[in-house]
Design a protein around this ligand. Structure first.
Ligand code: CMP
Length: 139
């Protein structure tokens, strides 16, 4: 089933000029980038985006980091895009990520792990809506 997922290239990666290299890995893996823009979250927006983690010990540091510099937000389309993109990203902690994954290649730490991808179809729909209007998703 052709599916959409939400992807975010995080501040550690935009700071190091890695957007092109990450997009190349995404496209080489067969995803179409059907919407994309560079933006920067305020601390409040980052807190809202990651609200599900609000009780976790890393929440404050994560939100501070995610609002520290620009991000690139994307909608990706592919067969089984949600699980396929999580495979391409690799484990949250880059130390545990498989060779050939984005996080193995580029991530610095568990927080500064270069990319985010949705974990389920409901989250994908909500995260896409958080950043994009229908008119911005061009296919
Ligand atoms: P992401 O896929 O964006 O989803 C939640 C983020 O929280 C995750 O990537 C990491 O950046 C961060 N995160 C998850 N677990 C931890 C942890 N144990 N310590 C620090 N940051 C974490």
């Amino acid at each position: 089933m052709v599916e959409r997922t939400f992807s975010m290239i995080k501040p550690d990666a935009t700071n190091r000029n890695l957007t092109g290299k990450i997009n190349s890995m995404i496209e080489s893996a067969g995803f179409r980038i059907i919407a994309q823009k560079k933006t920067r979250m305020t601390l409040e927006q980052a807190k809202k985006f990651y609200e599900v983690h609000k009780d976790k010990p890393f929440y404050n540091d994560l939100c501070k980091f995610m609002s520290s510099a620009p991000i690139v937000v994307q909608v990706l389309e592919k067969e089984n895009a949600i699980s396929n993109y999580r495979t391409l990203m690799g484990a949250t902690n880059p130390y545990n990520a498989d060779a050939g994954t984005i996080r193995k290649e580029f991530a610095i730490s568990t927080t500064e792990n270069s990319v985010h991808g949705s974990d389920a179809s409901e989250t994908a729909a909500a995260e896409i809506k958080f950043f994009f209007s229908e008119i911005e998703i061009v296919g």
